[in-house]
Design a protein around this ligand. Structure first.
Ligand SMILES: *Cc1c(COP(=O)(O)O)cnc(C)c1O
Length: 348
């Protein structure tokens, strides 16, 4: 007889979702990176490859979250997803991808969240993919903020005026009642994979910006109660806001899944040392970490998010904050398409 599933897992499985992923995302051991970062061999680094999780326009963490939001949009009879992001947003590319593959339309407001304009910044990478998929891409000049926006409101009104029914997807698909579910599901999926592999990942390292990837992982780890640590690496450069948002989303997600499930303050860990002062721009620590991962195990990370969390994980291991004997899981959230827009940072 199979064990009866805990309340939160039953509830999670009962919430409608679309299928956008191939299945469980692959888990990979990184032997050369492990050896480089932990020469005595006492910390093993693995990655769960959510950058390879889907066939929809390169996938990534937003596609996992959007499985739940798109099911909600369809059940409400909406025909257009409206969302917002930076010029090189992975999120708006993912929104355009899941809309397209679901027979919906997408309108994405792309704002100047990053004060740089390298060659082809608004023409290549993610924005190119959105245009190729037929997305309605609207460039707009507002600075970075993770909250809700006026230009987005305008886009919603435009859709409605033309007789469409818009569905609002907040930045990063995070500040939404269903935003945390994708990454709680990730932990359920992970536990099944661990049983097959015979490994337990005691520490998860994840990049955190709009916060629902991190929040979902926290809920999953607290709910399963195995003492797994989740360490968020801030890449927003506004860590107080990010931490507040992660905590809020984690608590709302927990409450949705099981009213008994409480998220203690200590479960929300956000390391602020690796954002390099600004969202969206790599500094030397980020670039070094990207080169290290690429030149050891050919693991490709981006300069906005994953390069920063890679730098964080490397430092946490080197300084002993991740202890000897650990099996660390680097949660790779995607983002490589943006690399094309950052070629000028890697010309040496
Ligand atoms: C959006 C994104 C993140 C941050 O995830 P949040 O859930 O917004 O905190 C990290 N990495 C990549 C590649 C992303 O696209």
């Amino acid at each position: 007889m199979p064990e009866t599933e805990p309340t939160y897992v039953k509830k999670l499985r009962s919430i409608p979702k679309q299928t956008f992923l191939f299945g469980p995302s692959p888990i990979q051991f990184l032997p050369r990176l492990s050896k480089e970062v932990s020469p005595a061999g006492d910390v093993k680094i693995w990655a769960k490859r959510d950058d390879c999780n889907s066939g929809l326009a390169y996938g990534g963490n937003k596609v996992r979250k959007l499985e739940f939001l798109v099911a909600d949009a369809i059940s409400k009879g909406c025909d257009t997803l409206v969302s917002v992001g930076g010029v090189q947003s992975n999120h708006t590319r993912a929104v355009t991808a899941v809309a397209t593959a679901s027979g919906l339309k997408a309108v994405t407001v792309q704002e100047k969240w990053v004060p740089i304009d390298p060659p082809l910044y608004d023409k290549t990478g993610n924005i190119l993919l959105s245009r190729l998929m037929g997305g309605d891409v609207r460039l707009n000049n507002e600075p970075f903020h993770i909250g809700h926006k006026t230009a987005t409101k305008q886009a919603m009104d435009d859709v409605a005026q033309k007789g469409g029914k818009p569905y609002y997807v907040p930045a990063g698909a995070s500040d939404h009642e269903l935003g945390g579910l994708g990454f709680t599901n990730f932990v359920v999926e992970l536990a099944e994979q661990e049983n097959q592999l015979g490994v337990f990942f005691d520490t998860l390292v994840v990049c955190s910006v709009t916060g629902s990837s991190h929040a979902g992982l926290i809920v999953g780890a607290v709910a399963e109660g195995k003492g797994r640590k989740v360490i968020g690496i801030d890449a927003s450069a506004k860590p107080a806001e990010t931490k507040e948002q992660v905590t809020r989303i984690a608590r709302a997600t927990a409450a949705l899944l099981d009213p008994e499930l409480k998220i203690p303050d200590e479960a929300v860990v956000l390391d602020e040392r690796f954002h390099e002062g600004i969202y969206g721009i790599p500094g030397p620590t980020t670039s070094e970490a990207m080169k290290l991962a690429a030149r050891t195990d050919a693991l490709i990370t981006d300069p906005v998010y994953e390069g920063k969390s890679m730098a964080g994980m490397v430092q946490l291991i080197k300084e002993g904050s991740i202890a000897a004997g650990s099996n660390v899981l680097y949660v790779h959230l995607g983002g490589q398409p943006a690399l094309n827009a950052y070629s000028s940072y890697f010309e040496e």
